[in-house]
Design a protein around this ligand. Structure first.
Ligand code: SME
Length: 162
């Protein structure tokens, strides 16, 4: 199967909407959550500019474990009381960090990262993991990026859960 994805939008809102449409189409009917995370990481990496890392951590019942991603090799396990990802998972609230150096406990997997957006994934009340986006640019992620990423995750959370 091939899947053509050629995002054309020029605003963050529209880019996220195109990416969410593509993600929903790609995960439709596929029950494997890891396969779906892998494809969604690839779509985001392709569509959203100025990222140095895009991917998933999965909640194993006690901590976050590295899942499918694009970018450099990263930290494998993140306790819920550590880092931006841990904060998003623990509070189940998106963390939009303008300057990772100013975030207490930020885990520097890639020294290039300057800003970060982490969206918790919850399906049927259960924490599945987080979507983690990193950028080498300070303050890369706008409120529109946050709402776009949240809408994408909400739309396909069940498919990411597997
Ligand atoms: N910076 C994250 C760790 C994951 S990497 O960025 C891929 C954090 O502080 O949770």
């Amino acid at each position: 199967m091939s899947f053509a994805f050629a995002p054309t939008a020029t605003t963050a809102d529209a880019l996220w909407a195109e990416t969410a449409d593509a993600a929903a189409a790609l995960v439709a009917g596929e029950p494997d959550g890891i396969a779906n995370m892998a494809n969604v990481a690839a779509l985001i990496w392709q569509a959203i500019p100025d990222l140095n890392w895009a991917g998933f951590y999965r909640f194993d019942g006690s901590e976050l474990v590295l899942g499918p991603f694009q970018g450099k090799a990263a930290c494998i396990r993140i306790p819920l009381d550590k880092g931006v990802c841990g904060a998003a998972a623990r509070t189940r609230a998106t963390q939009r960090v303008e300057d990772v150096h100013a975030f207490p406990g930020h885990i520097a997997c890639d020294a290039d990262s300057r800003s970060e957006l982490v969206v918790p994934i919850v399906a049927e009340g259960r924490l599945i993991g987080v979507l983690d986006l990193d950028s080498p640019l300070p303050s890369r992620f706008s409120p529109d990026d946050q709402s776009g990423a949240e809408a994408l995750v909400a739309r396909i959370a069940g498919a990411l859960a597997g």
